[in-house]
Design a protein around this ligand. Sequence first.
Ligand code: NAP
Length: 223
Amino acid sequence: MIKVGNMRKLKKIALLGGTGNLGKGLAMRLAIAGYDVIVGSRKLEKAKEKAKNYSNEAGVQISAATNSDAAIESDIAIFTIPWEFAFETARTLKSQLKNKIVVSPLVPMRKTNSFFTYLTLPEGSAAQKMARILPESIIISAFHSIPAVKFADLSAEFDWDIPVCGDDEMAKREVINLINSINGLRGLDAGPLSMSSAIEQLTPLILNISLRNNQRNLGVKFL
Ligand SMILES: NC(=O)c1ccc[n+]([C@@H]2O[C@H](COP(=O)([O-])OP(=O)(O)OC[C@H]3O[C@@H](n4cnc5c(N)ncnc54)[C@H](OP(=O)(O)O)[C@@H]3O)[C@@H](O)[C@H]2O)c1
């Protein structure tokens, strides 16, 4: 029996574009941790199909909605959409995301010849651009350094740190708690949102190290 005093107040999490690589692992692992997870998509049917598959695989209930309805329902929304398209999606969800915690795992980068480069946006970082687009939401930057395919494999073991940036200390703590609820992850406060480019740049760094050293699924650990 669960003792009421030990129960955490768990939040509703929307995964916008949760039908893709990063969304799959987050959906299953956050639902296993006890969160109420909604997989969002541009198409309701696609969200339903993916949520059903994730629920079956993880043995937990995961719900589905359009991105708009998922955003409305959620306390915390995570943009698991490729960075090129996430900003446009954010513009359409301004009112749905008002006063909510919005998590940006976005990494603006491209592959040039045989290596990845980070693209510095005029706003400073993808998370800072999100903050400009969604001034009435609380933007937190996190999850950039997760290798999505391994993360979505429920039999995989890992021990990774997830640096988190944001200007609202309570919201940042909320997201760190959410990260810490997933086995094998440790959320670490990496400073204000103006530091987000430093943690977004971890992804091209990891990918270049992976490519050049014949490694796969590398994460980061601060020891
Ligand atoms: N993959 C990784 O290892 C990894 C790791 C860390 C961070 N990230 C970041 O996480 C984000 C998601 O990466 P991902 O690899 O999971 O992406 P993805 O699998 O390529 O795409 C995720 C979802 O985005 C939606 N989407 C695609 N095109 C769209 C458009 N034009 N407008 C709106 N939605 C669109 C699709 O959902 P619907 O068709 O259902 O709408 C798709 O299933 C990226 O910003 C990336 O930088 C990725």
